[in-house]
Design a protein around this ligand. Structure first.
Ligand code: PLP
Length: 379
């Protein structure tokens, strides 16, 4: 059996943080025996997701990855199609493109938001068209909670009439021009995995303004089981439903979403303020129009420091840190795939580190991280 091997007192990157009311929803589910994939917490959770994001329709699902997979299915991505994808992301963005038999084409970041470069996006689309292979979908990511440049990206996508799928797994509570990210494209996806800003213990949701797409996704998530007195199937489906118990946790968590965003943003500000004297240590600011949930506070280290060396030094103090995501075009899994680059994500990976950012962190814990980081960067 896998051991939970950590020393007591460890400061983690991002842990679940209950609001208190989760237990009421869960207890009710247990009392009423709604303990599987049917029950009132599911439509309740979907309703709450819409309330918090201003989305028209939400479908609760078993994970963010499942939501991305279904999004590609209902957008009609076919085997052999090409799908544009941010290179600077977690592999869960790119894997669903493989699930549907399509080919990812990776696009680099721009240095302000660290998300998809609108210029390189346009280059990738033009090059695809020139090869006789117009991309069928653009999947972009709002990484670490920072909104991508949606105005520019939607302008390119609309001009070429390519649907946009927003991977907002890390960005619940983040806004661009005052609107929740995930609501700009045809479909947006959120994750409620345990490390995200709020959790259902494990889960995801897909949001869209298109009722037909939401209905189709909900249908595929339930084994594509058709309306009939017997089991009738004419399409390939999946078992991607969320449980009513998990949805209950999610309902309690969404009650405190705004509070969690505020707490994570305060953590970012505190680090930035307390570490301002370290020359060359860079905290990405919010570009104009962007409001980040600051899911994780990320820094770029001063010249001469390697993330791995700093990570190990903090590990000695029982503090968990992590390098920034290793870009997809650098992954052996995607070694053969087309990539439109400008060096941004390579540099971010070379220099960047994620700091402990749990909303439940105490002031003493933050102080400990600050001291350890000062020491590691003083050498
Ligand atoms: C967490 C995450 C996902 C996947 O969400 P799960 O709920 O863990 O399946 C997808 N994309 C990004 C960028 C993520 O961080």
């Amino acid at each position: 059996m896998k051991q939970l091997n950590y020393r007591p007192g460890r400061i983690f990157l991002s842990v679940p943080h209950m609001g208190g009311h989760e237990r009421n929803y869960v207890q009710k589910a247990l009392e009423d025996n709604w303990v599987t994939t049917a029950g009132p917490n599911i439509p309740g959770f979907e309703h709450d997701v819409c309330q918090h994001t201003n989305a028209q329709h939400a479908v609760a699902l078993s994970s963010g990855t499942a939501a991305l997979h279904l999004a590609l299915r209902v957008l009609g991505v076919q085997p052999g199609d090409e799908v544009i994808c941010s290179t600077f992301t977690f592999v869960a963005s790119a894997n669903p493109i493989l699930y549907v038999g399509a080919t990812p084409v990776f696009v680099d970041s721009e240095p302000e938001t660290w998300n998809m470069s609108p210029e390189l996006l346009e280059q990738a689309i033009s090059a695809g068209i020139a090869r006789g292979k117009k991309p069928t979908c653009i999947m972009l990511v709002h990484l670490y909670g920072m909104p991508a440049k949606m105005k520019e990206i939607m302008e390119v996508a609309d001009r070429y009439e390519i649907p946009v799928l927003e991977d907002a797994a890390e960005a619940l509570g983040s806004r661009y021009s005052g609107h929740q990210v995930g609501t700009f494209g045809k479909i947006g996806v959120f994750s409620f995995n345990g490390n995200k800003i709020v959790t259902t213990s494990g889960g995801g949701a897909l949001v869209t303004a298109d009722a037909r797409l939401a209905e189709e996704a909900a249908f595929l998530a339930n084994q594509a089981k058709e309306q009939a007195p017997f089991y009738l199937h004419s399409q390939m489906g999946y078992n991607y439903l969320l449980s009513n118990v998990s949805a209950g946790i999610g309902r309690g968590q969404l009650e405190v979403l705004e509070k969690r965003v505020k707490q994570r943003r305060e953590i970012y500000t505190y680090y930035k303020d307390q570490l301002r004297d370290i020359e060359g240590l860079y905290f990405a600011p919010e570009p104009k129009g962007c409001f980040s949930n600051r899911w994780l506070t990320t820094v770029l280290l001063p010249e001469g420091f390697k993330p791995e060396q700093v990570r190990q030094e903090l590990e000695n103090d029982n503090i968990e840190t992590r390098p920034l995501w290793k870009p997809m075009h650098q992954q052996p899994l995607f070694a053969e795939h087309t990539f439109f680059g400008n060096g941004t994500s390579d540099q971010l990976f070379e220099r960047g580190l994620c700091l402990p950012s749990s909303s439940s962190m105490t002031e003493e814990e933050q102080e400990k991280v600050i001291r350890a980081l000062k020491q590691a960067l003083a050498d």
